[in-house]
Design a protein around this ligand. Structure first.
Ligand SMILES: Nc1ncnc2c1ncn2[C@@H]1O[C@H](COP(=O)(O)OP(=O)(O)OP(=O)(O)O)[C@@H](O)[C@H]1O
Length: 252
């Protein structure tokens, strides 16, 4: 799989950083400490997976990193900006310009064609699409002959590829993917994951993905593991087996 049209610039700077992030839901006896002081950085141009047992805080962390939820204390930087200090309007603007999302449920608008769905975030932001990048992305995800189809006329794997193209086309600083292969069979899942990895390698895209699946996590450059709201360990160059072994240890 080859993507050209945007230069991949290997960088070591962080795209997103969390410092001392805590998140408490509720108060008093019913308070849930979902995050208990998380420090973590996500390097620019890297593909990172977040894993951990059910209830360990993966979704909460991702939502706090993406500015979809507020932190109770601590700091989250997207690039140089501490998003915990932004008002709602500035946060919405930052998310629109710098953050891309891919969800388990695809979240495409049913009345729009694939192409309209892909272009929608840029249209909303009043931004011009980079047409070279658009062509490259469409060719690479193999959607050229599906652009006029509506989501109901596409397979699950094709719908998720539309969602991936939609996230990439805005060239966000970071893409957050929440169980992107959770609704896909293993072959479609592998295609989507290969494409995510290619976009990191060849476009320099930064991706942070929450997953339960050791095979999905093995496509990442790095896996960070949460347990009880705290970051406990990480793996570089993971394989399905090393991820599985680490999960088994965490749940023991
Ligand atoms: N809106 C909420 N109100 C109260 N508690 C919440 C809320 N959202 C999450 N929690 C709690 O916070 C903790 C962390 O939840 P979170 O969804 O982040 O975990 P997770 O690792 O993503 O779990 P899973 O793998 O099951 O999706 C859990 O104990 C959960 O019950």
């Amino acid at each position: 799989m080859t993507i050209t049209g945007r230069e991949a610039v290997p960088q070591t700077t962080a795209a997103v950083t969390a410092r001392g992030v805590t998140k408490v839901y509720g108060t008093g006896d019913t308070a849930v400490h979902a995050l208990r002081g998380v420090d973590v950085s996500f390097g620019t141009g890297a593909f990172t997976a977040i894993m951990g047992p059910s209830g360990s805080g993966k979704s909460t962390l991702m939502h706090c990193l993406a500015g979809l939820d507020t932190v109770t204390s601590g700091e989250v930087r997207v690039g140089d900006v501490d998003i915990t200090k932004l008002n709602d309007k500035k946060l919405t603007l930052l998310r629109r310009e710098q953050v891309g999302f891919i969800f388990q449920a695809f979240n495409l608008l049913p009345a729009l064609t694939a192409e309209q769905n892909i272009r929608l975030p840029l249209d909303i932001a009043g931004r011009q699409a980079d047409e070279d990048l658009f062509d490259t992305v469409i060719r690479t995800v193999g959607l050229r002959d599906r652009l006029r189809h509506r989501p109901s006329e596409l397979s699950g794997g094709q719908q998720q590829r539309v969602a991936v193209a939609r996230a990439l086309i805005g060239k966000p600083r970071v893409i957050f993917a929440d169980e992107p292969t959770g609704n896909l069979d293993s072959r479609s899942g592998a295609e989507v994951l290969s494409f995510l990895r290619a976009s990191v390698r060849e476009l320099g895209q930064t991706i942070v993905m929450v997953t339960h699946d050791p095979v999905a996590a093995s496509y990442a450059d790095r896996v960070v593991f949460l347990r009880d709201g705290a970051l406990v360990t990480e793996l570089m160059a993971p394989s399905p087996q090393t991820v599985l072994d680490t999960l088994v240890q965490l749940e023991a």
